[in-house]
Design a protein around this ligand. Structure first.
Ligand code: SAM
Length: 232
């Protein structure tokens, strides 16, 4: 795998974070259910998770009967993801150069990661290359206009530079996706803050975290956006 100096820094930062924090760095397994509903996944289909981290999305899809593949730039993530989700085929790779043939996947997910990548156009075009014509894509990306990002993280330099934390506003994300050849099916907000709050308030109640919701607040207020897309 060829990576430049900046990407090497990101890789090393994630290797360290997974070694020291493990799963506690990421959201809990039920948080990943929502993506399966938004994508309306069907068993037997092929799924690729870009920047799969510790394999939580892969596990969720494998449990729903999909054939799962993942890549991540961090060796530590891949070693751990292989243990967590042995059903999936997981490789160390840079999202800018995917180790898969053209026209392979029915679903591609890329969660909390695109904003950390340096050449986002190249990353999206690689996903388009390996996706089937009918494929559906799901990205979860950070909003630069959320008050936390705008008034705390950026002005005080608290964003994580070694992990290349970044954000764009909703219009910038839309332009990026559309200019690369994707059509937007749906934009919604990250559901996990809501479901997590419910599970704290009612710890003994079973909450269906896969149910898409309609929120009262405008989507542009969310901390992270979920985009569902298809090839143009
Ligand atoms: C915040 S974590 C999200 C992990 C996972 N998607 C999840 O939601 O559980 C971001 C991930 O992006 C990976 N990453 C960053 N840049 C990458 C690149 N250029 N190619 C592949 N993976 C990358 C990191 O190693 C890390 O595992």
């Amino acid at each position: 795998m060829e990576i430049n100096h900046k990407q090497q820094q990101v890789k090393e930062w994630f290797d360290r974070i997974y070694r020291t924090k493990g799963f506690s760095y990421l959201r809990a397994q039920p948080a990943y259910e929502i993506f399966t509903s938004l994508l309306k996944v069907k068993p037997g289909k092929k799924h690729l998770d870009i920047a799969c981290g510790l394999g939580l999305m892969l596990k969720t899809m494998a449990d729903r009967g999909l054939q799962c593949y993942g890549i991540d730039i961090s060796d530590e993530a891949v070693t751990r993801a292989k243990k967590y989700c042995p059903e999936a085929i997981i490789k160390v790779a840079n999202a800018e150069k995917l180790p898969f043939p053209d026209n392979t996947f029915d679903y591609i997910t890329c969660l909390g990661s695109l904003e950390r990548m340096f050449n986002r156009e190249k990353v999206i075009r690689e996903q388009l290359r390996v996706a089937k014509t009918s494929a559906r894509f799901c990205f979860m990306v950070r909003n630069s206009e959320h008050f936390i990002w705008r008034f705390f993280l950026r002005p005080f330099g608290l964003d994580n530079k070694k992990g290349h934390q970044d954000a764009l506003n909703i219009q910038e994300w839309i332009s990026l996706f559309e200019s690369c050849g994707l059509t937007i099916d749906r934009i919604t907000r990250d559901h996990w803050p809501y479901y997590k709050t419910l599970s704290i308030l009612w710890p003994f109640t079973k909450i269906d975290t896969s149910r898409p919701l309609r929120f009262l607040f405008p989507v542009s207020w969310s901390y992270e956006f979920i985009f569902i897309l298809k090839k143009s």
